[in-house]
Design a binder for this molecule. Structure first.
Ligand SMILES: *[C@@H]1O[C@H](CO)[C@@H](O)[C@H](O)[C@H]1NC(C)=O
Ligand SMILES: *[C@@H]1O[C@H](CO)[C@@H](O)[C@H](O)[C@H]1NC(C)=O
Length: 383
């Protein structure tokens, strides 16, 4: 299997059915590539929206969108900022695909929050660099370690500076992983009021799909034997490997929203990032990127350093929402994570289990507002 043909439309690289995929017409016009996410997707619904830019320490120029007030435009008091961080192969559009009554970014704005949408390097709003372009191999030389070290702090700092407030954080999937890894190193906890983690992934050892496991192993083997592959992982090739049971059996998706999703996602990421995720999946441990024989040179030790989640500060308010049908953020893996959090102050850790939700329901489910977002906002308000 050639590396460049690994692709899929959801949340990790281990995939099942090969589909010939034509990109549909329709959806928003003009496109978010041409005019930005604010102009293409947010303003048409009558919301104010501002585009921001922040440059990471390693030179990536990240775009962010801000929805400062709700649709009725009333500002009313100090609105607490919330940063939304999407998952892998997605971007900030993730939070905007359903109707304003259903999509988290709009729901938060209409409920009194100052909404900031993050976009990690390589995605449509964040594909520039001070000296590189996405056609340079060096542009793609990063994994989620660099998101922990560079993108996450840059985005949080921008929001903190602009609002002069501490922020709430909402991550989905990879967005939870980079947050947990950051907190375990004590990063950014002083700038956050709380963190809400939807479909938390930290340990991936109980992922259910057998074919997924097989693909992950092949994928890692492929990379280790072919280092030339470490560049862009572009899911917009001719072949899309569409998963069927991979994210789990989503209960509550709207067919029109799925069409939009397929049109706007997936977004490119780096092959090295996918390999790092596959390593987590294969090794059942949360570590920095494993360079094999080069670990010594890189880290001064033969194994990659561990992100020790027991070191997450016990007083950081955490809200974890996870689904009984999510085969990516498997309940057993969530329990493994909870083991690491067993010393967390009990009144600072809210667990919210949704039996019939799978991975995508948390961001695109038509009932996600009632089932998840309302309780998440109640959690934010009581801090
Ligand atoms: C699904 O999406 C379409 C198009 O946005 C919308 O008209 C319809 O009301 C949605 N259905 C549900 C159940 O939300
Ligand atoms: C993680 O940290 C805890 C507490 O600080 C410690 O007891 C444990 O041994 C550490 N685990 C690893 C794998 O380093």
């Amino acid at each position: 299997m050639a590396l460049h043909s690994f692709s899929y439309y959801s949340q990790l690289p281990f995939i099942i059915i090969i589909f010939f995929f034509f990109h549909g017409e329709g959806g928003f016009s003009p496109s978010p590539e041409e005019v930005g996410i604010c102009e293409a997707v947010v303003r048409p619904y009558g919301y104010k929206c501002q585009e921001f830019e922040v440059t990471t320490e390693d030179g990536y120029i990240l775009g962010m969108q801000r929805i400062p007030v709700g649709r009725n435009g009333v500002i009313g008091g100090a609105r607490q900022p919330v940063l939304l961080q999407h998952g892998v192969l997605m971007d900030g559009m993730t939070w905007l695909l359903n109707s304003p009554e259903q999509s988290l970014a709009f729901v938060l704005a209409d409920n009194g929050f100052d909404v900031w949408i993050g976009n990690i390097r390589g995605t449509r709003s964040s594909n520039r660099h001070v000296s590189l372009t996405p056609s340079d191999r060096a542009y793609w030389a990063w994994s989620w370690d660099e998101l922990v070290e560079n993108d996450f702090p840059a985005m949080v700092d921008l929001v903190a500076k602009q609002t002069k407030q501490k922020l709430h954080y909402v991550g989905h999937s990879l967005g939870t992983l980079i947050a947990l890894a950051s907190f375990s190193e004590g990063r950014l906890v002083d700038k956050l009021r709380s963190a809400a983690l939807l479909c938390p992934i930290a340990y991936l050892d109980h992922m259910k799909t057998k074919l997924g496991i097989l693909a992950a192993r092949l994928f890692v083997g492929e990379i280790l034997s072919n280092l030339l592959g470490l560049a862009e992982f572009n899911p917009k090739g001719d072949y899309l490997f569409l998963e069927c049971d991979f994210t789990g059996n989503n209960c509550c998706l709207n067919g029109s929203t799925v069409q939009l999703f397929l049109q706007y996602e997936p977004q490119p990421t780096s092959t090295k990032n996918m390999v790092h995720l596959a390593q987590t999946f294969r090794d059942g441990a949360l570590t920095k990127y494993n360079y094999g024989v080069n670990n010594i040179q890189r880290y001064g030790q033969s194994t990659p350093p561990v992100y020790n989640l027991s070191n997450i500060p016990n007083s950081l308010p955490l809200y974890l929402s996870y689904g009984g049908r999510d085969s990516l953020s498997d309940t057993e893996d969530v329990e493994h994570l909870l083991q690491d959090l067993k010393l967390h102050e009990t009144d600072q850790l809210v667990l919210h289990y949704v039996q019939n939700f799978a991975h995508a329901d948390f961001i695109m489910g038509v009932s996600a507002k009632q089932v998840v977002y309302d309780s998440m906002m109640a959690f934010f308000r009581q801090i």
